[in-house]
Design a protein around this ligand. Structure first.
Ligand code: SAM
Length: 244
């Protein structure tokens, strides 16, 4: 199972993620009565937008963090007749029924084996069903990566920022067709008062958990100092594909 996240803090500071979720959903043609899987639903930012687009449909949110799912359930408690949450690892075969479409935002780059991930998603998609996703792509958050490198942080890299070509090959290997994969750039500015919390909660969790607790505040401060103006250069890998 993947690691835990602080769902409540994430929901507060992960502001760019709502805009990215809207982009992902704009690429899914929905009649409004489908069942859609939100792969890596986190605190429910994509889930919430999906529910608004599926007045007669349902959403299944899958995530590997129990605390993220707790936050999503708390926020979306009024819709629990139309949304269910499943604690599962997207890198393993998924314990959910067939779905009409898959949406995912800001999640795939946390998973090392994209071949297994896409095969697991294909296995739960109805024939003809579409996938629309966005995650970090090659070159993503390079100033943060440079900061970690310059600080000599020697933890295994938790991010898999694929190229469009790698993603196309992995999607095709999992049996998807009509594949499109491309990069977009989005420079976001995190207010100085939130930068350390943002880095710790949204970006550096996997690095921090490998360090002794006493070393963590210094790492967060040092990375924040190396992100001038709180400008973070996000490179997003956009994916659309269809199961034949
Ligand atoms: C940055 S959050 C994105 C959450 C949400 N999609 C959004 O856009 O706000 C990444 C999420 O991916 C989940 N995740 C990462 N690896 C996972 C895995 N192998 N299986 C299931 N969930 C995973 C994390 O638990 C986390 O909730």
């Amino acid at each position: 199972m993947s690691r835990e996240w602080d769902g409540a803090a994430y929901q507060q500071v992960a502001r760019p993620h709502a805009g990215w979720a809207a982009t992902v959903l704009d690429r899914l043609e929905l009649a409004g009565d489908e069942v859609v899987l939100d792969a890596g639903c986190g605190s429910g930012k994509v889930t919430e937008q999906l529910l608004a687009r599926l007045p007669q449909g349902r959403v299944i949110g899958v995530d590997g963090s129990a605390l993220m799912l707790e936050e999503a359930r708390r926020r979306l408690h009024a819709h629990l007749d139309r949304v269910s949450f499943v604690h599962a690892d997207l890198a393993q075969p998924l314990p959910v029924g067939p779905v009409d479409a898959v949406a995912s935002s800001a999640t795939f780059h946390w998973i090392a084996d994209h071949g297994a991930l896409f095969a697991n998603l294909a296995a739960v998609l109805h024939p003809g069903g579409h996938l629309s996703a966005q995650c970090g792509g090659v070159g993503n958050v390079s100033e943060v990566q440079r900061a970690l490198d310059s600080l000599g942080i020697e933890v295994p890299n938790p991010w898999h920022f694929a190229t469009p070509e790698e993603a196309e090959a992995d999607l095709a290997g999992a049996g998807f067709v009509d594949i499109e994969a491309w990069l977009t750039r989005d420079v976001v500015t995190i207010p100085p008062t939130e930068l350390e919390t943002y880095l710790a909660t949204v970006m550096l969790g996997a690095h921090l958990e490998r360090l002794p607790e006493s070393d963590r505040p210094e790492l967060i401060r040092s990375v924040a100092e190396r992100v001038p103006g709180g400008h973070i250069d996000y490179v997003r890998l956009n994916l659309v594909a269809r199961r034949p």
